[in-house]
Design a protein around this ligand. Structure first.
Ligand code: GDP
Length: 318
């Protein structure tokens, strides 16, 4: 294999951990991280990009490990004042986090694309690697509940994922184009591997794959496509993935993850990297034609993220 460029597709918290690991073990030009923007939304006049921010904070070393989201050393003065002013308080905005939303929002309003704004903000925070939105066009994830189609964040944060989800859709995806740097990464001569970070397939990876042309462009590249499973020990580490699988009548295991990717996106995955705790899933995954690698996939600290990233690169032959 001649090249060594890695294209990683990521959602928020789970994806950001591996993205940060990959960034720690590669040089700036060897990694493009494409981030889901389906979770983005407009709130209090601001454009909020939760997955982008999770990846940015993780790569900049600013993320709050304990809370699991947002910025470390956060304070909540602005939020308290907003509540005092009678503004909506269902979505928590920390003071430091707010600065990110303000910087992004005014520049978008001034005419910069999300790609341009993201490149600027990540550079200013000292990030060497390309962090790229999946698209500069508006794509908005919505979930179908008993109350009808509702915007993702209203369900995810406002409703705490309580309502049962019957379906998911990505409004605008059919008209969206991959962001320029995403397209460029897909076409690079030195592309050596594509990595699906351990993100929620339904909510974080599907929106990226839904952009016309992306799935086929990924499949056409003759490089290994390695997915790290978000399942550990028959459960999701965090978030609504296990609940969503159960609501679809599926057992929460790696077979459900593999089946989802294969049934919806065809023959895309070459290798699924799963946790030791789920070793029993290996035969059934292999029977579906997948190469399976088993390791410890829980990332608690930087050393875990870097070790897992190195293992992914080794599987890709990099
Ligand atoms: P979100 O957009 O913030 O929900 O983040 P993602 O979609 O990127 O990540 C959510 C998924 O990450 C969940 O399904 C978790 O199971 C998974 N996850 C979180 N931390 C880890 C970890 O350390 N290892 C693995 N393998 N999966 C993780």
């Amino acid at each position: 294999m001649s090249g060594k460029h890695i294209l990683a597709l990521s959602g928020g918290v789970g994806g950001a951990k591996l993205a940060a690991g990959l960034a720690a073990v590669t040089s700036g030009d060897d990694l493009t991280i494409v981030v889901n923007t389906g979770d983005d939304f407009e709130h209090l006049g601001l454009t909020i990009c939760p997955d982008m921010d999770s990846v940015t904070y993780a790569l900049a070393g600013l993320n709050d490990n304990e809370r699991g989201w947002g910025v470390e050393n956060e304070t909540w003065q602005a939020m308290a004042m907003l509540r005092a002013l009678g503004e909506e308080g269902w979505f928590n905005l920390g003071d430091r986090d707010l600065a990110m939303h303000i910087a992004r929002s005014w520049r978008l309003r001034a005419g910069e694309t999300l790609s341009q704004v993201t490149a600027r903000l990540t550079r200013e925070l000292g990030i060497d690697h390309a962090v790229v939105p999946m698209s500069d066009d508006l794509v908005r994830t919505q979930v179908l509940t008993d109350a009808g189609w509702i915007d993702f964040q209203r369900w995810f944060v406002g409703n705490q994922c309580a309502d049962k989800v019957f379906d998911v859709r990505f409004e605008g995806a059919q008209r969206a184009r991959p962001a320029p740097e995403f397209r460029a990464a897909l076409e690079r001569d030195d592309l050596a591997a594509i990595v699906l970070c351990p993100s929620n397939p339904f909510l974080s990876v599907d929106p990226i794959l839904s952009i016309p042309g992306v799935r086929d462009a990924l499949a056409e590249r003759q490089v290994p496509l390695i997915a790290v499973s978000p399942i550990i020990g028959g459960s999701a580490v965090k978030g609504p993935l296990a609940k969503m699988l159960a609501e679809r009548g599926q057992v929460v295991n790696n077979l459900a993850i593999a089946r989802h990717y294969q049934d919806h996106w065809g023959d895309l995955l070459d290798c699924l990297l799963i946790d030791h705790a789920d070793e029993a899933d290996v035969p059934v995954l292999q029977a579906r034609g997948l190469t399976v690698a088993v390791t410890r996939t829980l990332m608690r600290e930087a050393a875990d993220r870097e070790r897992l990233a190195k293992e992914v690169l080794a599987i890709a032959g990099i």
